[in-house]
Design a protein around this ligand. Structure first.
Ligand code: SF4
Length: 180
């Protein structure tokens, strides 16, 4: 048990949050979700993912902060990296952008810890994600909770949980470049 320590969990999408959210709650964390979303294109897709997020947070009875949709701001952050392959430098900047935004929210809400659901994906570089998270969290005076959610069948469990909750599962990472 973690004595109800406050953690802000960056939820990249509802299916990826479907295991971390209940697992952290079961461990005794006081969980607040955070959804960035400005990397997602087009707006219709953003709306579908937000709808799925709302199902997840209602099911787990947690609060969740949703950033306003500002795709221009996100595009500015990845300028010059449009042609990078998935998993390349654009994704590193995308993670930084999302974690900085999440860290600001964690500070505002008085959360001591920060973490992400991104490491449930079998396609993501978990070492990179956790090292970026740790460095950004520490620059805001926060503690990074290192997790590799895909361990112990995490990804398979998330598919099952998403199916049970009827969550929309996207077929591309999110940005216009990953869609194309
Ligand atoms: S592919 Fe995914 S992680 Fe990479 S820049 Fe696009 S939305 Fe971000």
């Amino acid at each position: 048990m973690n004595n109800d320590r406050k953690i802000l969990l960056h939820i990249c999408c509802a299916p990826d949050g479907s295991v971390p959210v209940p697992d952290l709650i079961a461990e005794g964390w006081d969980v607040t979700g955070y959804f960035y979303g400005s990397n997602i294109h087009p707006f219709d897709e953003y709306s579908k993912r937000l709808e799925a997020l709302n199902i997840l947070i209602a099911h787990n009875s947690i609060p969740c902060e949703v950033s306003s949709y500002r795709p221009e701001e996100w595009l500015e952050n990845v300028k010059g990296l449009e042609n990078e392959p998935e998993g390349g430098k654009r994704c590193t900047e995308c993670f930084k952008c999302q974690f900085n935004s999440a860290a600001l929210t964690a500070k505002r809400l008085g959360c001591e810890y920060l973490s992400t659901t991104l490491t449930i994906s079998p396609h993501k570089n978990v070492s990179l994600i956790n090292s970026l998270g740790e460095s950004i969290a520490s620059s805001y005076g926060l503690k990074w909770e290192t997790r590799i959610w895909r361990k112990n069948n995490g990804f398979l469990r998330s598919i099952k949980a998403s199916h049970e909750l009827g969550l929309y599962r996207q077929n591309y990472c999110g940005c216009i470049f990953s869609k194309n």
